[in-house]
Design a protein around this ligand. Structure first.
Ligand SMILES: [Zn+2]
Length: 241
Protein backbone atom coordinates (compact mmCIF):
# COMPACT_ATOMS: atom_id res chain seq x y z
CA UNK A 1 0.00 0.00 0.00
CA UNK A 2 2.75 2.40 1.06
CA UNK A 3 4.74 1.50 -2.01
CA UNK A 4 1.78 2.31 -4.26
CA UNK A 5 1.28 5.70 -2.59
CA UNK A 6 4.97 6.48 -3.07
CA UNK A 7 4.81 5.46 -6.67
CA UNK A 8 1.73 7.64 -7.21
CA UNK A 9 3.47 10.62 -5.66
CA UNK A 10 6.51 9.92 -7.81
CA UNK A 11 4.42 9.83 -10.95
CA UNK A 12 2.58 12.98 -9.91
CA UNK A 13 5.89 14.72 -9.26
CA UNK A 14 7.16 13.76 -12.68
CA UNK A 15 3.94 14.90 -14.31
CA UNK A 16 4.23 18.20 -12.47
CA UNK A 17 7.83 18.68 -13.58
CA UNK A 18 6.87 17.82 -17.12
CA UNK A 19 4.00 20.34 -17.08
CA UNK A 20 6.34 22.96 -15.63
CA UNK A 21 8.94 22.30 -18.32
CA UNK A 22 6.27 22.49 -21.01
CA UNK A 23 4.99 25.81 -19.68
CA UNK A 24 8.55 27.19 -19.61
CA UNK A 25 9.02 26.16 -23.23
CA UNK A 26 5.69 27.64 -24.22
CA UNK A 27 6.38 31.04 -22.64
CA UNK A 28 9.47 31.51 -24.75
CA UNK A 29 8.24 29.68 -27.80
CA UNK A 30 4.50 30.24 -27.60
CA UNK A 31 3.87 31.43 -31.12
CA UNK A 32 6.60 29.58 -32.96
CA UNK A 33 5.52 27.80 -36.10
CA UNK A 34 6.59 24.15 -36.00
CA UNK A 35 8.99 23.72 -38.87
CA UNK A 36 9.53 19.96 -39.07
CA UNK A 37 11.97 19.73 -41.94
CA UNK A 38 14.45 21.66 -44.03
CA UNK A 39 12.73 23.22 -47.03
CA UNK A 40 14.38 23.73 -50.38
CA UNK A 41 13.53 24.06 -54.05
CA UNK A 42 11.17 21.25 -55.01
CA UNK A 43 9.57 20.99 -51.55
CA UNK A 44 5.84 21.46 -51.34
CA UNK A 45 3.20 21.65 -48.64
CA UNK A 46 1.65 23.81 -45.96
CA UNK A 47 5.06 24.60 -44.45
CA UNK A 48 6.30 25.91 -47.80
CA UNK A 49 3.20 28.11 -47.98
CA UNK A 50 3.98 29.48 -44.51
CA UNK A 51 7.57 30.11 -45.57
CA UNK A 52 6.34 32.00 -48.63
CA UNK A 53 4.11 34.20 -46.45
CA UNK A 54 7.07 35.10 -44.26
CA UNK A 55 9.54 35.92 -47.03
CA UNK A 56 6.95 37.63 -49.27
CA UNK A 57 8.46 41.05 -48.58
CA UNK A 58 11.71 39.92 -50.23
CA UNK A 59 10.24 39.56 -53.71
CA UNK A 60 12.89 41.41 -55.73
CA UNK A 61 16.29 43.15 -55.65
CA UNK A 62 15.14 46.19 -57.62
CA UNK A 63 11.73 47.65 -58.46
CA UNK A 64 9.85 44.78 -60.10
CA UNK A 65 6.20 43.99 -60.64
CA UNK A 66 6.51 40.58 -59.10
CA UNK A 67 5.46 38.85 -55.90
CA UNK A 68 6.27 35.61 -54.11
CA UNK A 69 3.47 33.20 -54.99
CA UNK A 70 1.92 31.79 -51.81
CA UNK A 71 1.07 28.43 -53.34
CA UNK A 72 2.97 25.87 -51.28
CA UNK A 73 5.32 25.04 -54.17
CA UNK A 74 8.97 25.89 -53.49
CA UNK A 75 10.18 27.20 -56.86
CA UNK A 76 12.94 29.60 -58.02
CA UNK A 77 10.99 32.68 -56.86
CA UNK A 78 10.83 31.29 -53.33
CA UNK A 79 14.54 30.39 -53.41
CA UNK A 80 15.45 33.95 -54.42
CA UNK A 81 13.22 35.43 -51.71
CA UNK A 82 14.68 33.12 -49.05
CA UNK A 83 18.20 34.19 -50.11
CA UNK A 84 17.30 37.88 -49.77
CA UNK A 85 15.73 37.21 -46.38
CA UNK A 86 18.82 35.30 -45.23
CA UNK A 87 21.16 38.07 -46.43
CA UNK A 88 19.08 40.73 -44.66
CA UNK A 89 19.08 38.77 -41.40
CA UNK A 90 22.78 37.90 -41.40
CA UNK A 91 22.47 34.25 -42.40
CA UNK A 92 24.38 32.46 -45.12
CA UNK A 93 22.30 32.98 -48.26
CA UNK A 94 21.85 29.46 -49.63
CA UNK A 95 18.12 29.68 -50.35
CA UNK A 96 17.49 26.62 -48.17
CA UNK A 97 15.26 27.04 -45.13
CA UNK A 98 16.89 25.02 -42.36
CA UNK A 99 16.96 25.48 -38.57
CA UNK A 100 18.82 28.85 -38.56
CA UNK A 101 16.36 30.32 -41.06
CA UNK A 102 13.40 28.82 -39.18
CA UNK A 103 14.63 30.51 -36.00
CA UNK A 104 14.83 33.93 -37.70
CA UNK A 105 11.38 33.43 -39.22
CA UNK A 106 9.94 32.49 -35.85
CA UNK A 107 11.57 35.46 -34.15
CA UNK A 108 9.29 37.62 -36.28
CA UNK A 109 6.16 35.93 -34.96
CA UNK A 110 4.20 36.98 -31.86
CA UNK A 111 0.81 36.13 -30.40
CA UNK A 112 -0.49 39.55 -31.48
CA UNK A 113 0.94 39.62 -34.98
CA UNK A 114 4.55 40.11 -35.93
CA UNK A 115 7.56 41.52 -34.10
CA UNK A 116 6.82 45.13 -34.99
CA UNK A 117 3.13 45.08 -35.86
CA UNK A 118 0.02 44.36 -33.86
CA UNK A 119 -3.31 43.25 -35.32
CA UNK A 120 -5.01 46.08 -33.42
CA UNK A 121 -3.11 48.66 -35.49
CA UNK A 122 -5.01 47.38 -38.53
CA UNK A 123 -8.51 47.29 -37.02
CA UNK A 124 -11.26 49.26 -38.74
CA UNK A 125 -11.42 52.62 -37.01
CA UNK A 126 -15.21 52.39 -36.52
CA UNK A 127 -14.80 49.70 -33.85
CA UNK A 128 -15.64 46.73 -36.06
CA UNK A 129 -12.23 45.12 -35.71
CA UNK A 130 -11.86 42.84 -38.74
CA UNK A 131 -15.63 42.38 -39.18
CA UNK A 132 -18.11 43.70 -41.75
CA UNK A 133 -15.68 43.83 -44.63
CA UNK A 134 -16.01 42.20 -48.03
CA UNK A 135 -14.57 38.87 -46.87
CA UNK A 136 -15.09 36.97 -43.58
CA UNK A 137 -13.34 38.16 -40.42
CA UNK A 138 -10.92 35.18 -40.35
CA UNK A 139 -9.92 35.87 -43.95
CA UNK A 140 -9.27 39.53 -43.15
CA UNK A 141 -7.10 38.52 -40.18
CA UNK A 142 -5.04 36.11 -42.28
CA UNK A 143 -4.65 38.72 -45.03
CA UNK A 144 -3.47 41.26 -42.44
CA UNK A 145 -0.97 38.70 -41.12
CA UNK A 146 0.47 38.32 -44.62
CA UNK A 147 0.56 42.10 -44.98
CA UNK A 148 2.48 42.42 -41.71
CA UNK A 149 5.28 40.13 -42.94
CA UNK A 150 5.68 42.29 -46.03
CA UNK A 151 5.79 45.38 -43.84
CA UNK A 152 8.46 43.74 -41.65
CA UNK A 153 10.62 43.54 -44.80
CA UNK A 154 10.00 47.19 -45.66
CA UNK A 155 10.94 48.13 -42.10
CA UNK A 156 14.30 46.36 -42.45
CA UNK A 157 14.91 47.98 -45.86
CA UNK A 158 14.21 51.37 -44.23
CA UNK A 159 16.92 50.77 -41.63
CA UNK A 160 14.49 49.59 -38.95
CA UNK A 161 12.63 52.87 -38.79
CA UNK A 162 9.18 52.73 -37.20
CA UNK A 163 6.19 52.36 -39.51
CA UNK A 164 2.87 53.95 -38.57
CA UNK A 165 -0.35 52.40 -39.90
CA UNK A 166 -2.72 55.25 -40.75
CA UNK A 167 -5.37 52.93 -42.09
CA UNK A 168 -5.48 49.13 -42.33
CA UNK A 169 -8.67 47.14 -42.69
CA UNK A 170 -11.90 49.11 -43.20
CA UNK A 171 -15.44 47.81 -42.75
CA UNK A 172 -17.63 48.56 -45.75
CA UNK A 173 -19.44 51.33 -43.89
CA UNK A 174 -16.25 52.85 -42.50
CA UNK A 175 -14.76 52.82 -45.99
CA UNK A 176 -17.70 54.80 -47.39
CA UNK A 177 -17.61 57.17 -44.41
CA UNK A 178 -13.99 58.07 -45.13
CA UNK A 179 -14.67 58.40 -48.87
CA UNK A 180 -12.79 55.24 -49.86
CA UNK A 181 -13.02 53.77 -53.37
CA UNK A 182 -16.08 51.58 -53.97
CA UNK A 183 -13.86 48.48 -54.31
CA UNK A 184 -11.19 49.69 -51.89
CA UNK A 185 -8.64 46.96 -51.15
CA UNK A 186 -8.82 48.06 -47.50
CA UNK A 187 -12.18 46.23 -47.21
CA UNK A 188 -10.40 42.88 -47.76
CA UNK A 189 -7.54 43.45 -45.35
CA UNK A 190 -4.98 43.48 -48.17
CA UNK A 191 -4.10 47.20 -47.96
CA UNK A 192 -2.50 49.66 -45.59
CA UNK A 193 -1.75 53.36 -45.63
CA UNK A 194 1.64 53.76 -44.00
CA UNK A 195 4.10 56.37 -42.96
CA UNK A 196 7.75 55.56 -42.23
CA UNK A 197 9.31 57.79 -39.62
CA UNK A 198 11.82 60.15 -41.28
CA UNK A 199 11.40 58.60 -44.74
CA UNK A 200 9.82 60.37 -47.74
CA UNK A 201 6.78 58.84 -49.38
CA UNK A 202 8.80 58.43 -52.62
CA UNK A 203 11.47 56.42 -50.81
CA UNK A 204 8.83 54.40 -48.99
CA UNK A 205 7.30 53.47 -52.36
CA UNK A 206 10.71 52.36 -53.62
CA UNK A 207 10.97 49.91 -50.71
CA UNK A 208 7.46 48.67 -51.50
CA UNK A 209 8.45 48.05 -55.13
CA UNK A 210 10.83 45.28 -54.06
CA UNK A 211 8.41 43.89 -51.48
CA UNK A 212 5.68 42.30 -53.56
CA UNK A 213 3.14 45.12 -53.39
CA UNK A 214 1.02 45.35 -56.51
CA UNK A 215 -0.96 48.50 -55.72
CA UNK A 216 0.53 51.76 -54.49
CA UNK A 217 0.19 55.51 -54.60
CA UNK A 218 1.28 58.30 -52.33
CA UNK A 219 -0.67 61.11 -50.77
CA UNK A 220 0.90 63.88 -48.77
CA UNK A 221 2.17 62.20 -45.65
CA UNK A 222 1.39 58.57 -46.39
CA UNK A 223 1.72 55.80 -48.94
CA UNK A 224 -1.11 53.43 -49.82
CA UNK A 225 0.12 49.85 -50.38
CA UNK A 226 -1.89 46.80 -51.35
CA UNK A 227 -1.55 43.29 -52.78
CA UNK A 228 -4.36 43.51 -55.34
CA UNK A 229 -2.71 41.26 -57.96
CA UNK A 230 -2.30 38.39 -55.51
CA UNK A 231 -5.92 37.84 -54.53
CA UNK A 232 -8.80 36.62 -56.72
CA UNK A 233 -11.03 39.29 -55.15
CA UNK A 234 -8.41 42.00 -55.47
CA UNK A 235 -8.36 44.42 -58.39
CA UNK A 236 -5.88 42.03 -60.09
CA UNK A 237 -4.08 44.51 -62.35
CA UNK A 238 -0.89 46.14 -61.11
CA UNK A 239 -1.34 49.77 -60.16
CA UNK A 240 1.79 51.71 -59.31
CA UNK A 241 1.55 55.48 -59.25
ZN1 LIG B 1 -5.28 53.26 -48.78
Amino acid sequence: MMKMVQRTIGTLGLALLFTLALSLISTTDAEAYSWNRTLSEGSSGADVRELQIRVAGWAADSASQTFVAVDGQFGPGTTAAVKRFQRAYGLSADGIAGPATHAKLNALETSTGTKNFNYSEFHSKDGSGFRNGKVPEATVKENIRRLMYKLEAIRVKAGNKAITINSGFRSVSHNSNVGGASNSQHMYGIAADINISGVSTATAKNYAKTSGFSGMYNESGFVHLDSRAEYSYGSQAWWWE
